[in-house]
Write a protein that binds this ligand. Structure first.
Ligand SMILES: [Zn+2]
Length: 278
């Protein structure tokens, strides 16, 4: 049996949270795991000013990402070295070093080089909503989708090594039913917070688009521990941090993936395996 390899491709340190359980589960089963992070999250929030300054946040977050990767037992971690573009409409979007300003050819060639070297069967990235619309999330969705096709095409980037056909491309997504359930729960608790004000009908994707519902409950605590390594991003007063343990367990205990492209046929309902038929 040939080695299975799983590659996550995201924009910032902490974006890997939506597939932490998948990294742990498949890693335990002997799958080689790797993560590409496009930026160091240089313009993210700083939860505690004792942890970082706006000047060194990228460096601090790289350290946090390495610590989180260790908890997830990731074997490979690559930084593409672009600069965080910040939220939509902020001046950071215009920085020439920002990920939002990078040319598609530049980003796709970097991704193709890693894909051809690592040779994963499965790649996971954000869906077209980027989770909540961050410009870098949408950019990584776009470039990763292009790289999935370019890596398999020997005529493209011939200098970057032999072509590699990735079997499946998945997007991390939230089914609307899970978002609705969370919103109902928050309403029932009279919960006040930014999340409770969001319209669940505008978040996530229709349930029928989800083809893999991964049971991550055995790893929910490890996943939480890895998440807590992103200390500069941990606001102790955030609605998520205040959720009771049973709700956190439920929320973190399930991961959802949308099959975006496949060279091995469609997913079978109920199979719930990213590596089925690879
Ligand atoms: Zn992000």
């Amino acid at each position: 049996m040939s080695t299975k390899r799983l590659l996550g491709i995201f924009a910032h340190p902490d974006d890997e949270g939506g597939m932490g359980g998948a990294f742990l589960k498949y890693g335990m089963e002997g799958v080689e795991t790797g993560l590409i992070v496009a930026t160091r999250g240089e313009v993210g929030e700083i939860s505690d000013l004792a942890l970082a300054t706006p000047e060194n946040l990228g460096q601090v977050r790289e350290g946090e990402m390495r610590a989180a990767a260790e908890v997830l037992k990731l074997q490979h971690l690559w930084f593409l070295g672009y600069r965080d573009s910040g939220m939509a409409g902020t001046p950071e979007n215009q920085d020439p070093r920002s990920f939002a300003q990078a040319s598609s050819a530049d980003v796709v060639s970097k991704l193709v080089a890693i894909i051809r070297e690592f040779r994963p069967q499965v790649i996971v990235t954000f869906d077209e909503t980027g989770g909540y619309g961050h410009p870098d999330h949408i950019a990584i969705y776009r470039h990763t989708t292009s790289a999935f096709y370019a890596a398999a095409d020997a005529a493209q980037y011939p200098e970057l090594g032999p072509a590699h056909s990735v079997a499946k491309l998945y997007y991390t997504s939230f089914p609307r039913s899970a978002i609705r359930a969370m919103a109902d729960w928050m309403r029932s608790q009279n919960y006040q917070g930014s999340f409770s004000r969001l319209d669940p009908e505008k978040l996530g994707v229709p349930d029928e688009l989800i083809s893999v519902r991964l049971d991550a409950e055995p790893w929910w605590e490890t996943k939480g521990r890895s998440w807590s390594m992103h200390r500069t991003q941990m606001d102790p007063n955030s609605p998520m941090a205040k959720l009771p343990e049973d709700i956190q367990r439920k929320w973190r205990g399930r991961e959802y993936f949308q099959l975006a492209a496949s060279r091995v046929g469609p997913d079978v309902p109920g199979e719930d395996d990213l590596f089925a038929r690879t």
